[in-house]
Design a binder for this molecule. Structure first.
Ligand SMILES: NC(=O)c1ccc[n+]([C@@H]2O[C@H](COP(=O)([O-])OP(=O)(O)OC[C@H]3O[C@@H](n4cnc5c(N)ncnc54)[C@H](O)[C@@H]3O)[C@@H](O)[C@H]2O)c1
Ligand SMILES: [Zn+2]
Length: 364
C-alpha cells in the first residue's frame, strides 16, 4: 500500500489519508474498522455498480452496518440539483441520520455528487471516497471540492468538504475504457509540467508501461499525482491563489469543451489547452522551444491531441474565455510554463496573440 497523508490543520483538523494500492480490497475492511461507522450508504453509478460496487458492498455487509445502495445513471447529465434532491429523499426514506456515512464508489461525477450531498445532508454527514477512474484517483478525490452543474455552467453550485478517507485501488482502472484512462492521463501530465520535472521525465520513460497499466507504475503515477495536488491544496485549500496553477491548460481547455458542446472530452480539451498555453509562453519569450517540444511529444505519445480541431474557430474559442469562472476582477489569469516543472501566473495576455496561437495550432 502507498499512503499519501493529507493534513489540513486549521480551526478543526480535517486531515485525511488517501490509501493507494493494487488488488487491495481486503485492506479496505481493515482501514474501515479503524473508524467509527454507524450506518453506511453507498452511492455509485450503474456501470460501477456491476463492476466494483457490488464487490465492495459484499465486503461491507460482512463486517459493517451497511444500510443500502443508491445507484444513479452514469454521466455528467446526472450531476445536477435534481439528483441531489432525489438522493437526499432516498436517504431519508432509508432512515439515514446524522451519524451515517456516505461512501462514493465511482468516477468524478459520483464523487462530486456524493461529496456535495454528504456536505449538506442533515448539515453534513461523514464522507468516504472510493474513486474508480484515473481522473478521480489523481484529481477529483483530492482537495475537497464537491458540487453539481447548473444549466448555465459546470460546477456552479458546490462546497469544500473533506472526506474521512480516500481509498484508491488501481485495479479499478483495469475495467476503465481506454478513452477514460487517457482523460485522467492528461491531468497526470499536467502535474509534471506545472511542478515536477522528475515526474515528467518518469512519464517520458514509462509511456508504454503506463498504457499497459502495469500495477507498480500505476501506483507510482496515482500516488505522485495525489502528493503533488496535496502539496498545493494544503497551502491553498480554498483557491485563494496558489491552487490556480492547477488550472494550467484549463483556461483554453474549458473554452474548447464548451465551444464543442462537450463533444470533446475534458482530457482532450486540456491537452489542447496545455499545448496552446505552452505556445503562448513561447510567444511571450517565457519559455524555450525545446520545452514546448517535450510537452507536445509526451502528450502525443499518449495519443492525446496537440492541435486544435478544424471545426472550431479561434474566435469561438476566445469568446468562451470571457466566461471562464476562474476570472478574478474581470482579469483573466493565465498559467504559462517557463520550463518543465514550473509555471508563472500571468495577466495581460493579448487576445490577438491567443487567436494567432490557436490559428497556428489548427493548421498543422
Ligand atoms: N471535485 C474536483 O476537484 C474535480 C476535479 C476534476 C474533475 N471533477 C469532476 O469529475 C467529473 C469527471 O469525472 P470522471 O472523468 O471520473 O467521469 P465519470 O464519473 O463520468 O466516469 C466516466 C465513466 O467511466 C465509468 N466508470 C467509472 N469507473 C469505472 C471503472 N472502474 N471501470 C469502468 N467504467 C468506469 C463511469 O460509469 C462513467 O461512464 C466531472 O464532473 C468533473 O467536473 C471534479
Ligand atoms: Zn481537469
Amino acid at each position: 500500500m502507498t499512503r499519501v497523508e493529507v493534513s489540513l490543520k486549521k480551526l478543526e483538523d480535517r486531515s485525511y489519508t488517501i490509501h493507494i494500492g493494487y488488488k487491495c480490497l481486503d485492506r479496505l475492511c481493515e482501514i474501515l474498522s479503524e473508524i467509527p461507522l454507524n450506518s453506511v450508504f453507498v452511492i455509485t453509478d450503474r456501470n460501477v455498480e456491476k463492476l466494483w460496487a457490488g464487490k465492495i458492498i459484499a465486503l461491507l455487509e460482512k463486517r459493517f452496518p451497511y444500510r443500502g445502495l443508491i445507484s444513479v445513471e452514469p454521466g455528467e447529465e446526472q450531476k445536477n440539483l435534481l439528483t441531489i434532491k432525489k438522493l437526499a429523499r432516498k436517504l431519508v426514506s432509508m432512515k439515514a441520520d446524522r451519524a451515517s456515512t456516505i461512501i462514493a464508489v465511482g468516477g468524478g461525477v459520483i464523487g462530486d455528487i456524493a461529496g456535495f450531498l454528504a456536505s449538506i445532508f442533515l448539515r453534513g454527514v461523514s464522507f468516504i471516497n472510493i474513486p474508480t477512474t484515473l481522473l478521480a484517483q489523481v484529481d477529483s478525490s483530492v482537495g475537497g471540492k464537491t458540487g453539481v452543474d447548473l444549466p448555465e455552467g459546470k460546477n456552479l453550485v458546490g462546497t469544500f468538504y473533506q472526506p474521512v478517507l480516500v481509498f484508491a485501488d488501481v485495479d479499478f482502472l483495469s475495467t476503465l475504457p481506454h478513452e477514460e484512462f487517457l482523460n485522467g492521463m492528461s491531468e497526470v501530465i499536467k502535474y509534471g509540467i506545472i511542478m515536477d520535472t522528475e515526474f515528467f521525465t518518469f512519464l517520458e520513460s514509462n509511456v508504454e508501461k503506463i498504457l499497459e497499466k502495469e500495477p507498480d507504475i500505476l501506483i507510482k503515477i496515482v500516488s505522485q499525482s495525489c502528493k503533488l495536488k496535496r502539496e498545493i491544496v494544503e497551502k491553498d485549500e480554498k483557491e485563494a491563489g496558489l491552487r490556480r496553477i492547477l488550472n494550467f491548460g484549463h483556461t483554453i481547455g474549458h473554452s474548447i469543451e464548451a465551444a464543442s458542446n462537450y463533444r470533446i472530452k475534458h482530457g482532450w480539451a486540456v491537452s489542447m489547452g496545455m499545448v496552446a498555453a505552452s505556445h503562448l509562453a513561447l510567444e511571450y519569450g517565457m519559455t524555450e522551444p525545446e520545452e514546448v517540444k517535450r510537452i507536445e511529444n509526451l502528450i502525443d505519445r499518449f495519443g492525446l491531441p496537440v492541435c486544435v480541431p478544424e471545426d472550431l474557430t479561434a474566435d469561438e474559442i476566445v469568446q468562451g474565455l470571457t466566461y471562464d469562472k476562474k476570472m478574478v476582477d474581470s482579469k483573466l489569469r493565465w498559467i504559462l510554463p517557463t520550463k518543465i516543472g514550473s509555471v508563472n501566473v500571468v495577466e495581460g495576455i493579448k487576445t490577438d496573440d491567443v487567436i494567432n496561437v490557436l490559428r497556428r495550432l489548427k493548421g498543422r
